[in-house]
Design a protein around this ligand. Structure first.
Ligand SMILES: Cc1cc2nc3c(=O)[nH]c(=O)nc-3n(C[C@H](O)[C@H](O)[C@H](O)COP(=O)(O)O)c2cc1C
Length: 324
């Protein structure tokens, strides 16, 4: 069995974490990952204080295992953060702070509530800022990830972060969908992995079935880094691009971002309707390059078990057999 420091720190059997994804994590997915022996994290950007409170309650009804709650710092709302602190999850996870925000204040309040603090960064200086502010776990997110990303790829970023910020444990995020990814992340010095896209292609994920099939169908070569989804939703992220499939919606506005800014309100409504209808051509579809590794919808339990078994096999058999 693979056992790392993150297993002890978070109280989990397997070093596999579900990234808190704004529109793609609800109680059934979070609880399923925790019940499967990984660590489920709830994203919060689709909730308000009341709905976040009831979603956390729904996690608690489904599992007594540890779980986390993720806040995007640049748009954190005080009443929602208060809900998280009251719930005392095992982990308060954060990402995407503005440069002028005081991380130490948020991390201290999370620690005071009994939570461990996890911070996701896509460059070493940003991770160092979180380490100085007291983060317990760092997530090195490579540019191959789904969602909002930076410019560094995981292969250099993970070992750089591990070395610069030792002994703080680092999770590798981005591009990991199977046991090969877990084994590789451990070889780079990570203490575990944080996954988004692989868990979106599960029955437990709350996204439309057509979006799950789009992840299964793609060969992973058709994503782009773009600001178009954020222009349509009129949200300005602090220095992020969004990795999205190059579908009809993206191609319609590429090179015409000025026109999208002019029409953002109308386009935003069209996007919301397309997303609700499962229209994969006219809504932005965010997934990582590792979608090319995903060829079936599988239950969360199967995903976790297969990742662990495959990684163990690689370490025991393939890697050992190479030694002379
Ligand atoms: C649709 C979507 C929404 C996401 N929302 C968030 C979020 O709200 N907060 C966050 O910290 N990370 C978010 N992420 C990033 C994930 O936490 C994680 O870093 C990423 O999915 C890992 O790469 P992978 O998709 O290749 O596994 C999101 C990712 C996706 C695909």
């Amino acid at each position: 069995m693979i056992h790392t420091r993150i297993c002890d720190l978070l109280g989990i059997p397997h070093p596999i974490v579900l990234g808190g994804m704004g529109t793609a994590t609800t109680a059934p997915l979070v609880a399923a990952v925790s019940n499967a022996g990984g660590f489920g994290t709830l994203g919060t950007s689709a909730f308000n204080a009341a709905t976040l409170d009831s979603e956390i309650g729904a996690i608690r009804e489904r599992t007594d295992k540890p779980y986390g709650v993720n806040h995007l710092l640049f748009q954190i709302k005080e009443d929602m953060f208060a809900v998280t602190l009251r719930a005392q999850p095992a982990v308060a996870a954060f990402a995407w702070a503005r440069k002028d925000q005081n991380l130490r204040d948020y991390f201290q309040r999370a620690h005071d509530a009994g939570c461990k603090v996890m911070y996701m960064a896509n460059e070493v200086p940003e991770a160092a800022r979180a380490a100085e502010a007291g983060a317990d776990v760092l997530v090195a997110q490579g540019t191959e990830a789904g969602g909002h990303v930076g410019w560094m790829a995981s292969l250099p970023l993970v070992p750089m972060m591990v070395k610069a910020l030792a002994p703080i444990p680092v999770l590798s995020a981005g591009g990991i969908a199977d046991g090969r990814g877990l084994a590789a992340a451990l070889a780079l010095g990570a203490d575990g992995v944080l996954l988004g896209t692989r868990f979106m292609a599960t029955p437990e994920a709350p996204i439309h079935a057509n979006f799950k099939q789009a992840i299964v169908k793609t060969d992973g070569h058709d994503t782009v880094l773009t600001e178009i989804p954020d222009l349509a939703s009129q949200r300005v992220w602090p220095g992020a691009m969004s990795r999205a499939q190059r579908n009809r919606f993206i191609e319609c506005w590429a090179g015409r971002e000025w026109a999208l800014r002019q029409n953002a309100s109308e386009v935003g409504k069209q996007v919301a309707a397309a997303r609700a209808a499962g229209d994969i051509d006219n809504a932005p579809l965010s997934f990582g390059q590792d979608a090319g590794l995903i060829d079936a919808i599988k239950s969360v339990k199967e995903v976790v078990q297969e990742i662990v078994a495959e990684a163990e096999g690689i370490i025991k058999d393939r890697l050992q057999s190479l030694l002379r």
